[in-house]
Design a protein around this ligand. Structure first.
Ligand code: BDR
Ligand code: CA
Length: 332
C-alpha cells in the first residue's frame, strides 16, 4: 500500500496583509501542510493588527492555531508607516465590520515561539517567513543552533534580476528590515528565497477569487474576496498589463507553493548579502559566479549558500492554488 507522507510541520511568520491572508488560507486548505503556529511581525500593518488579523482569519476558517506577537519595528533603521494604500488601514482591505470575538494571542514572543517549537521538534519545522525578518533574526540570537534545529526556511522576499517594488533594487520585506535580513541570509539555515523574480510572474486574477467565494459562500472566503478586491485596485492602477483583467501579485502564496510543489520552480544557488545602507538599501545581492573568489570583506567562503527561485511555472501555480482552494477545507 502507498504510504501517505506526513504533512510538513510549519510555522508561518507573517504580517497580514492581503497576500499573507491568501497564503494563510492556502496553507489551511492544503493537506500536506500542518500549521503549528503563526508568528506575527510589523510590516504591512502594526504587529498588534497583524496578530489580530491572524486570529480573525483563523477563527473565520474555524481553526485554532497559536498566534504570537513579534517585533514592532526594524532592528536598526527607523520604521516607516504601514502601506495602508496597498493592504488597507486594517491590512485586510478595510473590512466594513468584524463578526467574531477572537481568541487571545499566545503570550510568548514570536522569536521565543520559533525557538521553543524548533527545540521541541528538532529537524522537523519549516519556517515560512513572508514579512520583515526581525522575528527570525531575534530567534537566531536566542538559539544559535537554530539553523540545524529547523528543517528549512522559506523566505518570501528579495529580488535578483526583477526590479524592486520599493526602490529600483529592493523588495519590501527586505527593505523593511535589511539588517535582520542580512543576519538571516548569513546564518547557515537551509534557506530558499522566493522573491520578485518569481512572484511577479504569477498574476492571480480577481475572477479566481470570485469563483472561490461563490463556490464556498463562507465568511472566510467572502472576507478574502473583499480584501483581494481592495488589493487588486492598487496593482491594477500600477501595472498596465492588469488593466484588462484586474488582479494582483499574491507574493506570499508562492512561498507555500514552493514548499508543496518545488518542481514548479527553477533555482539558482549562491551566497546572498543584503545592502544595509545607501542607495541600494535592502537589495539582495546574489553572487551568481560562485567559482570566482571575490577578495572583499563580506564575500568570503563563510557566507552560506541560499537557493533562489529564478523562474516559475505560472500556470502550474495557479492550477494548484485554485484546486486547493476549491477543495472541502472549510467546515460549516
Ligand atoms: C511582500 O511585501 C508585503 O507587502 C507583502 O505582504 C509581501 O510579503 C511583497 O514585496
Ligand atoms: Ca507579507
Amino acid at each position: 500500500m502507498k504510504q501517505i507522507p506526513a504533512p510538513f510541520k510549519v510555522i508561518y511568520d507573517t504580517d497580514p496583509g492581503v497576500d499573507d491572508a491568501i497564503a494563510l488560507y492556502f496553507a489551511l486548505a492544503h493537506p500536506a501542510i500542518d500549521l503549528m503556529g503563526i508568528t506575527t511581525t510589523f510590516g504591512n500593518v502594526t504587529v498588534e493588527q497583524a496578530a489580530a488579523n491572524a486570529l480573525y482569519l483563523t477563527a473565520l476558517a474555524g481553526r485554532h492555531v497559536p498566534v504570537t506577537k513579534g517585533v514592532q519595528k526594524p532592528w536598526v533603521r527607523d520604521g516607516e508607516a504601514p502601506p495602508a494604500h496597498i493592504h488597507g488601514a486594517d491590512g485586510l482591505g478595510n473590512l466594513p465590520s468584524r463578526t467574531i470575538t477572537t481568541a487571545a494571542p499566545d503570550p510568548r514572543s514570536s522569536a521565543q515561539f520559533i525557538v521553543d517549537m524548533a527545540r521541541a521538534h528538532p529537524g522537523e519545522i519549516t519556517l515560512v517567513a513572508v514579512g520583515p525578518l526581525g522575528n527570525l533574526a531575534l530567534a537566531l540570537k536566542l538559539e544559535p543552533a537554530l539553523p540545524v534545529l529547523l528543517r528549512e526556511v522559506i523566505v518570501m522576499g528579495g529580488t535578483v534580476l526583477e526590479p524592486g517594488n520599493v526602490s529600483p533594487v529592493a523588495e519590501a520585506n527586505i527593505w523593511n528590515d535589511p539588517h535582520a535580513a542580512d543576519k538571516v541570509f548569513t546564518a547557515g539555515c537551509k534557506l530558499t528565497m522566493v522573491g520578485l523574480d518569481v512572484t511577479h510572474r504569477v498574476v492571480t486574477e480577481l475572477t479566481l477569487f470570485d469563483r472561490i467565494a461563490r463556490h464556498h459562500a463562507h465568511p472566510a472566503t467572502d472576507t478574502l474576496h473583499h480584501a483581494v478586491k481592495f488589493y487588486s485596485t492598487f496593482y491594477t492602477g500600477l501595472h498596465k498589463h492588469m488593466e484588462q483583467t484586474p488582479g494582483c501579485y499574491a507574493h506570499d502564496l508562492l512561498a507555500f507553493v514552493y514548499l508543496v510543489a518545488p518542481g514548479l520552480f527553477a533555482l539558482e544557488t549562491g551566497a546572498i548579502r543584503v545592502a544595509t545602507e545607501g542607495l541600494a538599501l535592502g537589495q539582495t545581492i546574489l553572487n551568481r559566479r560562485p567559482y570566482i573568489r571575490y577578495p572583499h570583506p563580506g564575500w568570503g567562503q563563510d557566507v552560506p549558500d541560499t537557493r533562489v527561485c529564478m523562474a516559475v511555472d505560472s500556470h502550474g501555480c495557479l492550477r494548484l492554488f485554485e484546486d486547493t482552494m476549491l477543495s472541502g477545507w472549510l467546515k460549516r
